[in-house]
Structures are given as structure tokens and as C-alpha cells.
Design a protein around this ligand. Structure first.
Ligand code: X2X
Length: 328
């Protein structure tokens, strides 16, 4: 009796339990309320649905898997220590300096120009370069146009940047801030909020919808100028070793989940940005919206770093980007 019951129970259990899901670890380097996190969660959800639960994507925020080092995630993914990464272009420039092309100062007039680039030859070229570093890019997402905030004064012209202690993420932004007369320092994003709070730095720059609002930067910053000086895309990448091990059907499932999740992530980032300035005003921030002439002055001031980084990236690649950015 007991044996029959036990056997019956075992059979019922084995029928009701799906085959063990394979766990994949996904790293990103912002907090758990950002549109990065939401995009990663959406990918996990869509992939589970696509594959009938065969893959369980676990999302790790704040660059936990790389000891808090946001620049190290891509390299770890390239050698298979991390399965999936969702990060922005500027974070992979130590590995692939060409990725700085996306973020050259004042490259893009608008979102349409951005979308032509990621969908076109420039995006293809970057995917090929990342593949060479062991990362298969599944889809492009959005961090966004990076806007400047600080605790000292409204920024209306390059002269207002003089001497401001600015936290930046990556090497190109050090040069751009130097062009503007600021005093830049590279710092992990996870360390930036307390640094702003304690006055270790005066300001920072990040996209409104994807980062500034969900990470509550308005609590420690008074002034924001939407100067659109640099665009930063996200990409969802998978370790090439793992990707190459999938059959075609599995690849198609990953591709579909990634395309849908990142298209959605771009949309929620743009929506949050569009409503963002009003929200930031309500939170007590002072917004300065520069005129076309004022924007031209920032663009003019940042030309030396555009030139310097164009040389580093290579003329052919920069040409691919400028062609698509300026196409009609
Ligand atoms: O560190 C930043 O500023 C962030 C979150 O935007 C990036 O990852 C580049």
C-alpha cells in the first residue's frame, strides 16, 4: 500500500515538474528600478515563454557579477564567465574603443538618426567588432541622450561648466568635460549617488528616463540642462561560446525574445524621458532648456574631443556613423 502510494506520488511529481531549466546569468550595471532592469526582466519573461521554461534568466543589477566594475562586465561575458550582458556602449570602450562612435559629442540630431544607425551598416559593423571580442549582440536597446545635472548653478553655456567637479563613466567623457573646462573624474555608477550626496563631485550626466529618474538623482542635484551632448545605446549581448552552442531553433527563440524586449525597453525609456522634465520640476529641480544657438556653442566647444576620438575610432567607422546620422 505504502509502496504503491509512494510510486504513484513519484509518478505524479515527475509528470507535473518540467525538465530542469538551465539558468543563465545576466549582468547590468544600474539599479533595480531602471529601464535597463525592466528590459532585462522582459527578456527573461519572453525567453521563458518562448522556450517553454527551458531557460531561466537571472538578472543581476549594479554590476554585482563583476565586483561592481561596470567596465568589466563585457570582458567577462566575452570569456564566458557571464552568460548575458545588458550594458551601454561607453562601458565597453576599454575593450572595443570603436563603440565610442555612438557617443561622439553632438553626433545625433534626433532619435530617428539614432535608429538609422543601430538598424544600418554602422550597427552591423559594431556587432562584427563585438563578435571579435566574444560577444554576440542580440539587440540594441537604449540608455539615451545624456543630460547634465549639478548642485551648483544652471548650465547655459560652456563657461558655466568651468571648474565643476563632474563624475563621468568613461574615458571619452573625460576629454569632453575637459573641453568644457570642467574637472572630470571617472567613477563607478554605483558609487555616484553617495558621491553627489556628500559633495565629493558637483555633477554628473545621464539619460533622464532610463537612469536619472529611476535612480532618484533629483534628490541630490538641483540643476538640469537637457543639452543632448552624447547618445548612449544599450546592447543585449550573449557570450559567443554559448551562442555558438545553440541549434537554429534555440537561436531563433533567443532572437525573438531579445528583439521584442529591447524594442519595448527603447519605448519605455523614450516615454519616461518625454514626461521626465515635468516630473523633475515637480521634484524641485531647476530646468534650463538651451536654445539652438546655445546648443551650437556646446557643440563648438566639444569639437576637439570629437576629432581626437574620431582618430582613435578610425575614419571609416566614423564615416558610417555620420552618414547614417545625417541621412534624411
Ligand atoms: O555609468 C553611467 O553613467 C551609466 C549608468 O549611464 C552607464 O552605464 C554608462
Amino acid at each position: 500500500m505504502f509502496t504503491r502510494l509512494a510510486l504513484g506520488l513519484t509518478a505524479a511529481l515527475s509528470l507535473s515538474l518540467p525538465a530542469a531549466a538551465e539558468t543563465l546569468r545576466l549582468s547590468h550595471n544600474t539599479g533595480d528600478q531602471t529601464t535597463w532592469q525592466k528590459g532585462a526582466d522582459k527578456f527573461a519573461e519572453l525567453l521563458a515563454a518562448e522556450t517553454g521554461g527551458a531557460y531561466d534568466v537571472r538578472v543581476f543589477p549594479n554590476a554585482q557579477l563583476s565586483g561592481g566594475d561596470q567596465m568589466k562586465q563585457a570582458e567577462m561575458t566575452g570569456r564566458g564567465a557571464i552568460d548575458l550582458v545588458l550594458t551601454s556602449a561607453i562601458n565597453v570602450t576599454p575593450l572595443a574603443p570603436e563603440m565610442a562612435a555612438f557617443s561622439l559629442p553632438y553626433l545625433y540630431p534626433d532619435y530617428a538618426a539614432v535608429d538609422r544607425t543601430t538598424a544600418g551598416a554602422a550597427g552591423d559593423k559594431m556587432e562584427e567588432i563585438m563578435e571579435g571580442h566574444g560577444i554576440h549582440v542580440l539587440a540594441w536597446g537604449e540608455n539615451g541622450f545624456r543630460e547634465v545635472t549639478n548642485s551648483k548653478r544652471p548650465i547655459t553655456s560652456p563657461a558655466d561648466m568651468a571648474g565643476l567637479k563632474m563624475r563621468v563613466a568613461g574615458p571619452m567623457y573625460i576629454d569632453v568635460m575637459n573641453d568644457l573646462g570642467a574637472n572630470p573624474q571617472q567613477m563607478q555608477w554605483t558609487e555616484t549617488f553617495p558621491a553627489l550626496q556628500q559633495g565629493v563631485v558637483d555633477g554628473q550626466e545621464n539619460p533622464i528616463g532610463a537612469v536619472i529618474i529611476p535612480q532618484r538623482v533629483y534628490e541630490v542635484q538641483k540643476y538640469i540642462t537637457p543639452w543632448h551632448y552624447s547618445y548612449d545605446p544599450l546592447f543585449l549581448g550573449i557570450s559567443k561560446a554559448r551562442w555558438d552552442g545553440f541549434d537554429d531553433a534555440t537561436k531563433a527563440q533567443f532572437q525573438k525574445a531579445a528583439d521584442e524586449a529591447m524594442a519595448w525597453q527603447i519605448q519605455i525609456s523614450r516615454d519616461a524621458t518625454a514626461e521626465g522634465l515635468e516630473f523633475l520640476k515637480e521634484q524641485g529641480m531647476e530646468v534650463y532648456e538651451p536654445s539652438a544657438e546655445e546648443l551650437a556653442a556646446f557643440r563648438e566647444a566639444t569639437k576637439p574631443s570629437f576629432e581626437k576620438w574620431s582618430n582613435q575610432i578610425g575614419a571609416d567607422i566614423v564615416q558610417l556613423f555620420t552618414d547614417e546620422a545625417n541621412a534624411q
